[in-house]
Ligand binder design. Structure first.
Ligand code: PLP
Length: 427
């Protein structure tokens, strides 16, 4: 599939029907798969043969869609998860245990911050959050001997800070650990983090990939490039025998291309079971087939909205990395030359109260805890997704109390602008 352009991959990658087989990815809505002998089943359990036996580990519908996402990101292997949160958790937990440490950008999705700083902390992992705009020296200081990964978002939700992926990748590699990038907002249409040195990419497929607010889901993709064998003391789970699989050593048996994802599937999915329903994966694929058409439209509409609010007398400030005056414009030009995302943030003069009035007066745009789908929607993060953060944490995450997160859909831009204009009249 690698010889095709991204748009063609959106439609065709991951599934090639044989003669007389379904043209669409079939929905294999079955928990189990039948075998003729116990010996055959045993070989599957020992990872000596490949095949399906139980959907908690693998399912053909899920695997076809995962393969499409792997192709879009230019990775070697991928697995779907039941949510973006599960993808973040599994991506880290696959290579970290109690006592280990992770360096993360402070400008990340509020749910991810909570997962790291509260829930995974209770599991004995520790996190150091760094300002994404820190110097190389400051970044380097965040590492400890027990650091096992670095984590950041291509475009942070909702701070809209563009990550200097190369800076984070070289710091990670200097310290012998992989860089994990949440590429949800950019999508592989606008940025492929592997081309800039990232090692693992995760997605909340709930957003642009699904694109229609149908299904919560996630994905983890491996570039296959990180050499786990070079640091056997750091990643024994991948480089030494797994007793829960009769002594299989993942890097030996599955190579660098397959070790990380195979371990995530056969250990973490086996034990924690965060798999998507095949029906959801089918719907995700329907979304993926138009990703290359929708993302440019989201970006065009968002740029129009950003220009409009920027020039409006009632608007205090606007954040959109696609605007030349944005502090991330240069990084956006480097990493996202074809467009950033459909999300714009701004503050209205009058702060929190003005934000609430404005939002209540919107008609076309609905207040929803969602971003990045076809329908324009709006949210006040400080009272919703980032509610658990105090003022200091909000500031570190790039979320001011008056911030309005406006997720521009793919309607006609003129109607979105008219809605914003009339709502601002009421402020
Ligand atoms: C929504 C989101 C998540 C969490 O994904 P869910 O599918 O809601 O679990 C993670 N990262 C980013 C950037 C998100 O926008």
């Amino acid at each position: 599939m690698s010889s095709y352009q991204k748009g063609t991959e959106c439609i065709h990658a991951g599934y090639t029907p044989g003669n007389g087989e379904p043209r669409n990815i079939p929905i294999i809505q079955s928990t189990t798969f039948r075998y003729e002998s116990s010996a055959q089943m045993g070989a599957l359990f020992d990872l000596e043969a490949t095949g399906y036996f139980y959907t908690r580990l693998q399912n053909p519908t899920n695997d076809h869609v995962a393969a499409k996402i792997a192709a879009l990101e230019g990775g070697t292997a991928a697995v779907l998860t039941s949510s973006g949160q599960a993808a973040s958790f599994f991506a880290i937990f696959n290579i970290c245990s109690a006592g280990d440490h992770v360096v993360a950008s402070s400008a990340i999705y509020g749910g991810t911050y909570n997962l790291f700083a509260v829930t995974m902390k209770r599991m004995g992992l520790s996190f150091t959050f760094v300002d994404p705009e820190c110097t190389e020296e400051e970044l380097s200081k965040a590492f400890r001997p027990e650091t096992r990964a670095v984590f950041g978002e291509t475009i942070a939700n909702p701070a809209l800070v563009v990550l200097d992926i190369e800076k984070f990748a070289s710091a990670a590699h200097e310290h012998g650990v992989p860089l994990i990038i949440d590429n949800t907002f950019a999508t592989p249409i606008n940025c492929r983090p592997f081309e800039w040195g990232a090692d693992i990419v995760i997605h909340s497929t709930t957003k642009y990939m699904d694109g229609h607010a149908n299904c919560v889901g996630g994905a983890i993709v491996d570039s296959g490039k990180f050499d786990w064998n070079k640091y056997p003391d750091k990643f024994p789970g991948l480089t030494t025998p797994d007793e829960s699989y009769h002594g299989v050593t993942y890097t030996e048996r599955f190579g660098l291309e397959g070790a990380y994802i195979t371990k995530a599937v056969v250990q973490l999915m086996r034990d924690l079971g965060s798999i998507p329903a095949p029906m959801n994966s089918y719907l995700l694929n329907v979304g993926l087939e138009t990703l290359h058409l929708r993302v440019p439209r989201h970006c065009r509409n968002a740029r129009t909205v950003a220009e409009f609010v920027k020039n409006h007398p009632k608007v205090a400030w606007v954040n959109y990395p696609g605007l030349p005056e944005d502090k991330c414009y240069d990084l956006a030009n480097k990493y996202l030359p074809n467009g950033t995302c459909g999300v714009v943030t701004f503050g209205i003069k009058g702060g929190r109260d003005a934000a609430e009035t404005f939002m209540a007066e919107l008609g076309l745009a609905s207040i929803a805890t969602h971003v990045a789908d076809a329908k324009t929607c709006v949210l006040h993060p400080a009272s919703a997704t980032h509610r658990q953060m105090n003022e200091t944490e909000l500031a570190a995450a790039g979320v001011s109390p008056d911030l309005i997160r406006f997720s521009v859909g793919i309607e006609d831009a003129a109607d979105i602008i008219a809605d914003i204009a009339q709502a601002l009249e009421h402020v």
